[in-house]
Write a protein that binds this ligand. Structure first.
Ligand SMILES: Nc1ncnc2c1ncn2[C@@H]1O[C@H](COP(=O)(O)OP(=O)(O)OP(=O)(O)O)[C@@H](O)[C@H]1O
Ligand SMILES: [Mg+2]
Length: 381
């Protein structure tokens, strides 16, 4: 479990509009400012390529490669971060490399050796907030589910394997159902896989929610309103009521067996953890998050993100985590912004922030490092 975490060097090679970026950093918050289109968000995105998944823009391997003058996209790119965790240095790398066939493939490295994505995730935990997430509480359930699964993944790396295995079994079952292959043994096997992985997914989510809510409740109401979180989902609800994993699994397998005809007709599985939703309520106002003002929704989300970092820091299985906030000032008044900075300074993981104007970061004083980004070039401010 790491008690402190920061990126001491970040290098980008042909990543979006950054041909060659080399940032030397200390542990203080990193503030990136500059005009629209300068490449600020691209830098945060590059960092998130070290986390499981496809980064903060859900981009493809080829989208992020720097668009060349003549060549089209199948180009290599690389992100490398030297991470200091409790004074111990680790170099994490992600990128795309050319294959002999002329395409590109994803590569992830730790200290120069090929490493699994979960290895990288454990070495550099991170959470991020982007303007696109301002509508999280009122947008589609899938976005909230993915958001919450990222939070879960930050403390339980096996969550990713369970989710992938569940999806695979679900797709295969749906294929059989749509082809009207009602082979009981085959379907039953896939349904048992779905129920085993599904129960693991739901159990990990419920555990994450418990830790997160605890971290939220441990603080008095401040600049960021407390959220009351709840998971809506068949299996999650069973776990919340104290059901045993074996029972949840068995009942889910039975249910899947019973609804084969319905799912065949619907063209997809209508029940399961792939349909779960995360609900939030503004505790003080006793109002559902999706009914709150834009600023209130943002403040709730910032509160959840900060609580997540505290929950990770207190979790013996996890540790300090980086917090990335794209357009830190959007929808936050100056009081909340100052409160956010104080919280970020108290977090044992480094903060990364962007904004168009250097003045936004004034409240940090000398407690942060600033860089001006212009046209894919970065200079110390
Ligand atoms: N694959 C790519 N190759 C080269 N340039 C790219 C690529 N993808 C995006 N860009 C360019 O990167 C530039 C900077 O994008 P970025 O989103 O980082 O800007 P920003 O500094 O965050 O701006 P804003 O203040 O508007 O959010 C854009 O002009 C975009 O066209
Ligand atoms: Mg941006």
């Amino acid at each position: 479990m790491s008690h402190s975490l920061f990126v001491s060097r970040l290098t980008l090679t042909d990543f979006r509009n950054h041909a060659a970026l080399d940032l030397q950093l200390d542990a203080r918050p990193v503030c990136l400012f500059g005009p629209n289109g300068a490449g600020k968000t691209n830098i945060l995105e590059a960092l998130t390529m070290l986390a499981p998944g496809r980064g903060l823009r859900s981009a493809s391997l080829t989208d992020v490669a720097r668009a060349g003058d003549d060549e089209m996209r199948a180009q290599p790119w690389a992100v490398s971060a030297r991470v200091m965790s409790d004074g111990v240095e680790t170099v994490l790398g992600a990128g795309a490399e050319r294959t002999p066939e002329g395409g590109v493939k994803r590569v992830t490295r730790r200290d120069g050796q090929p490493a699994a994505a979960s290895d990288l995730a454990a070495a550099a935990r991170m959470t991020w907030l982007t303007p696109a997430m301002d509508r999280l509480w009122s947008g589609p359930a899938g976005d909230r589910r993915r958001f919450f699964d990222r939070l879960t993944l930050a403390r339980a790396s096996e969550h990713g394997h369970a989710a992938a295995a569940y999806e695979r079994a679900m797709r295969e079952r749906q294929r059989l159902l749509s082809e009207r292959v009602f082979d009981d043994a085959w379907l039953g096997g896939l349904e048992r896989e779905m129920s085993a992985h599904g129960a693991a997914i739901a159990a990990a989510r419920v555990e994450t929610l418990g830790r997160l809510q605890e971290a939220i409740d441990a603080r008095p109401d401040g600049a960021f309103p407390k959220a009351v979180l709840a998971l809506e989902g068949l299996l999650e609800q069973r776990f919340e009521l104290g059901a045993k994993s074996a029972d949840v699994e068995e009942d889910f397998a039975t249910l899947l067996h019973d609804v084969r005809g319905r799912d065949a007709g619907a063209g997809r599985a209508l029940d399961g953890p792939h349909r779960s939703d995360l609900k939030a309520r503004h505790a003080a106002k006793n109002m559902d998050a999706d009914q709150c003002s834009t600023g209130e929704q943002k403040a709730l989300l910032v509160g959840v993100t900060l609580a997540q970092a505290r929950a990770l820091a207190n979790d013996p299985g996890a540790g300090a985590s980086l917090i990335l906030i794209d357009e830190a000032a959007a929808h936050l008044d100056s009081v909340r912004r100052a409160a956010l900075f104080d919280e970020l300074l108290a977090n044992p993981g480094q903060a990364w922030l962007t904004g168009t104007d250097e003045n936004l970061f004034e409240a940090f004083g000398a407690r942060a490092q600033r860089f001006e980004v212009r046209d894919g070039q970065v200079r110390t401010a």
